[in-house]
Ligand binder design. Structure first.
Ligand code: DX5
Ligand code: ZN
Length: 232
């Protein structure tokens, strides 16, 4: 049975460091934190589950050493069971693996001391997530095909978020891919409360203004309270 809400969910803006300057990660982390980031979204790709390679546990540990905000680590990798503990040990606050890989890794994540998230790609049915909800702190609904930043938002995934809330899920629902001031409102209205944005923030000339605007637009449309009845 999904856990009932203990407090209202808040809007969280999670800039994706995939769009940061990898030669100046510490600088960009500090700047985006000063600009109002709630979490720092870290995209881990293995060149197998997705056709791109990014960062491993040593880089997460290096980020943890300089970050003042929680690390929200999204592992797009084929074998999260093998690597989950390493990412928790490196400093992940939230660790999110994919339903399409080894969803049983969520139990390892929690046992290792982090919050556990489960991600679903755009073509993946959300139905199998329902029975896993009591073991999850967050569900990540992908609104682009995982692998690259800068892709177009896929509004057809929004009904998945509405279904999760209709099942009484009172945890965080994160949306990732193509989130910008143009798309964030509809995602919030569907029931998402954590918003990943890479290019929309890092490619904008005013990170602070963009984050503030996105927070306002999401807050105006957030429907978590209305659509999230007590799960009895
Ligand atoms: C895609 C990643 C996203 C990506 C989002 O596989 O999971 O986090 O960085 O980038 P934008 O916001 O540019 O779509
Ligand atoms: Zn991501």
């Amino acid at each position: 049975m999904p856990r009932p809400a203990t407090k209202p969910l808040s809007v969280k803006i999670a800039p994706s460091l995939l769009s940061a300057d990898f030669a100046h990660l510490a600088r960009d982390v500090a700047r985006v934190e000063d600009a109002g980031a709630d979490w720092l979204h870290v995209d881990v790709m293995d060149g197998h589950f997705v056709p791109n390679l990014t960062i491993g546990p040593p880089v997460v540990a290096a980020l943890k050493a300089v970050a003042r905000r929680p690390l929200d680590v999204h592992i797009m990798i084929t074998d999260p069971v093998r690597y989950a503990r390493d990412y928790v040990a490196a400093g992940a606050h939230m660790l999110t693996c994919h339903l399409e890989t080894q969803p049983e890794a969520i139990d390892l994540i929690r046992a290792a001391g982090a919050l556990a998230g489960l991600a679903v790609s755009p073509q993946t049915d959300i139905a199998p997530v329902r029975e896993l909800l009591p073991r999850l702190d967050m569900v990540l609904v992908m609104s682009v095909n995982p692998g690259f930043g800068g892709q177009g938002f896929m509004p057809e995934v929004l009904p998945k978020i509405e279904r999760l809330r209709s099942w009484g899920f009172a945890g965080d629902i994160e949306i990732d891919g193509g989130i910008s001031p143009t798309t964030i409102g509809d995602a919030a209205a569907a029931g998402a409360n954590v918003f990943v944005a890479g290019s929309a923030i890092f490619r904008s000339p005013d990170w602070e203004g963009t984050i503030r605007r996105m927070r306002e637009l999401a807050g105006n449309r957030l429907s978590v309270g209305a659509s999230c009845p007590d799960a009895s």
